[in-house]
Design a protein around this ligand. Sequence first.
Ligand code: ATP
Length: 355
Amino acid sequence: MIIEAQGLTKTYQSKSGPVHALAGLDLQVPRGTVKALLGPNGAGKTTVVKMLTTLIRPDTGTAVIDGIDIIRHPKSVRRIIGVSGQYAAVDENLTGFENLEMVGRLYHLGGAAARRRAQELIDLFELTAAGNRPVKGFSGGMRRRIDLAGALVINPKILFLDEPTTGLDPRSRIALWDVIKRLVADGTTVLLTTQYLEEADQLADDIVVIDDGRVIAEGTSDQLKAQIGGHRVVVALVDATDVGTACEILARHGSGEPSVSTDGRGVEVAVTDGPTALQNMLSDLRAAEVNLHDAGMRRPTLDDVFLRLTGHKADLTVTDNDTNASGPKLSKRAQAKRAQKRAADADASDVEKVT
Ligand code: ATP
C-alpha cells in the first residue's frame, strides 16, 4: 500500500461547539491505483486530504505515505506528493508559465530546470496558447489545469486531488479526466475526492463512500452497485394525479418501495427480473388508463447506493450532468453543512492554524 491510514479522527472547535470532521477513518490505497473518496458536503473529504498532505494533524490515528509517517516526517512526505485543492491556488497576475516556474523555484529546482518543467507542463496540459497570458484572464477550466500542472511540477509519486472538477462545465471536466487518466497510465497513484458519482465511476479503481467522517462502504463501482440489486424501472406520468395508481402498480411488480420524483411525475422501483416486470407494469398501467410520457429500465447508480447506505440522498439535488459554472445546487442538508463550515472558517481564531 502506498497510503495506509488508521483510525484518523479530527474534531474542530468552533463557537457553535465541537465539529467531528473525522470519526475514526481507515484508508488503504494500493500503489499505482486511483482511489475516490466519495461523499456529500461536509462528509470529511477535504479533512482527509489536508491530513494526508500534512496541512493539519490528526487528533488521533496514524497514516503512512510510501512508508513515511505523516506526523513524524511531514517534510519528507511533502517531497513526494502533489496537491490540487478545491480552489485553484495560482497567482492571478502571473502568466501560466510564470506560475509553474515559480512553483519549480519553490521546490529548489534551479532556474533552467524550473523553466524546462514549466514548458513541459504547459505542453502536457495543452495550454500553449494561454501560457503567456496572466491567469486572471483564464477560464475556470484553464485555471484548474494550471493548478493541476502546479501539483505535478516535481513529478509526484502520489497526487491528491480535492474535488478536481467541481464547477467545471462538462467539456472541461472530460478534458481534465483525460489528463488524470494519462497520469495514472504513467504510474502516478491518485487519491481524489468528489461529490460526483460519475467522476468516481470514470476514474477510480476503488471507491470509498464517506459520510459524517467515517467510511460507510468501500469497493469498486460495480461492487457498490451490486449492493442494491438489479435494475430499476422508471416511468414518467403525463398526469401527476395518476401517481397513486402508478405507485400501486409498480409496487405490485417491483422488489421494493417505489419512489416518486420531486415533480410528482416520475415513479421508479427496483426490480429483480427487469424485462418481465417492465412488461407487466406497462400492461397494468394501460389497463388502468394511466398515460405515460416515457418508461424504461436503468442500472442502479452510485446515488442509489448512497441513498441505500445512508438513508438520504448524496446531498445534491442535481444529477452529475447538471453541473454548471456555479457548481452543483445543494439540498437543504448540504446548505446547512456549508453554512456550518463557513461559520467555522470565520472562527479561524478558535481553530488550529494550517501550518
Ligand atoms: P465539501 O464537499 O463541502 O468540501 P468535505 O467532505 O470536504 O465537504 P470537510 O471540509 O472535510 O468536508 O468538513 C468536514 C466537517 O468539518 C464539516 O462539518 C465542516 O463544517 C467541518 N470543518 C471543516 N473545516 C473546519 C474548520 N476549519 N473549523 C471547523 N469546522 C470545520
